[in-house]
Write a protein that binds this ligand. Structure first.
Ligand code: SAM
Length: 254
């Protein structure tokens, strides 16, 4: 598995690369911090791949796995099949989706709960929290939950442009980072090779390193790995690579 350990040093390395302002330097730094997995071209383009990637990152059995923001329940279903001995709980605040999931999936070890994790007590949280495409603050709320419940976490954030500023206390540069990432998130038309994309990915990584540092402060081992990018068809029929590719892994140490 490719992974980069979360450290203040990686934070500084990345910040320096942004400041130096050379595309090559920035690209090399990102590749060093987040090396890519090799994957057959034929497999790229299926959202399924991100589900399986997420499942592959689970390296030990867990009794209770909670998927936050489970949406249409596809990953929840795969988790229940891959880990038949575990209880799998899919949580989402969208009532319609949860009702649909309850009708659609009948695996014995699966349960769906309609809750807004911002509001509810954390009573159902298990020993592993999984999240895929956890928008904006949902990633940070999930991190807060695992800190409270001492569970491990494997989470792939998205929608960095929706983040609120005041969550970030682990880096003095965070206000700056959030405002930069908000501006860059709007620019979706390029492929991954443009300078804007490199910078946007860097800012996302800075945010995720911050999240990892928070986990470390609370006794977790933290890593960031790169999920395989997914191709998406956009309106003009051109394909682009999704930049949803950074996954944070937090493993409780003490
Ligand atoms: C981008 S979707 C991802 C769905 C699914 N994980 C996937 O990969 O297809 C994010 C999901 O998180 C849910 N969500 C957002 N904020 C939430 C919250 N505070 N509590 C519970 N669910 C939330 C949304 O309803 C939505 O279904």
């Amino acid at each position: 598995m490719i992974e980069s350990n979360v450290s203040k040093q990686s934070y500084e390395l990345l910040f320096e690369a942004i400041n130096v302002g050379s595309k090559t330097h920035l690209k090399e730094t990102l590749e060093y911090l987040l090396p890519s997995k090799k994957i057959a071209d034929s497999n790229i383009g299926k959202k399924q791949i991100q589900y399986f990637e997420s499942v592959n990152l689970i390296q030990q059995p867990y009794s209770n796995i909670v998927e936050i923001g489970c949406g249409d329940g596809e990953l929840t279903k795969i988790l229940s099949e891959e880990f038949p001995e575990s209880n799998i709980i899919g949580v989402d605040r969208n009532k319609d989706l949860i009702e649909k999931n309850k009708r659609k999936f009948n695996q014995k070890n699966i349960q769906f709960i309609c809750e807004d994790i911002q509001n509810e007590s954390k009573k159902y949280f298990g020993d592993l929290v999984v999240g895929l495409h956890t928008c904006g603050d949902l990633t940070d709320e999930s991190i807060d939950i695992v800190i409270l419940s001492n569970s491990d976490i494997i989470i792939t954030p998205c929608c960095y442009g929706k983040l609120t500023k005041n969550r970030y206390e682990y880096s003095k540069n965070n206000e700056n980072i959030i405002s930069k990432v908000k501006k860059l998130e709007g620019l979706q038309k390029q492929g991954r090779e443009t300078y804007t994309d490199l910078i946007r990915e860097s800012y996302r990584l800075l945010i995720n390193i911050d999240r990892g540092l928070k986990l470390k402060t609370y006794g977790f081992d933290a890593e960031i790995v790169r999920l395989i990018p997914q191709k998406q068809i956009i309106k003009n029929k051109k394909q682009r690579l999704s930049t949803l590719n950074q996954t944070i892994i937090g493993t409780k140490q003490w």
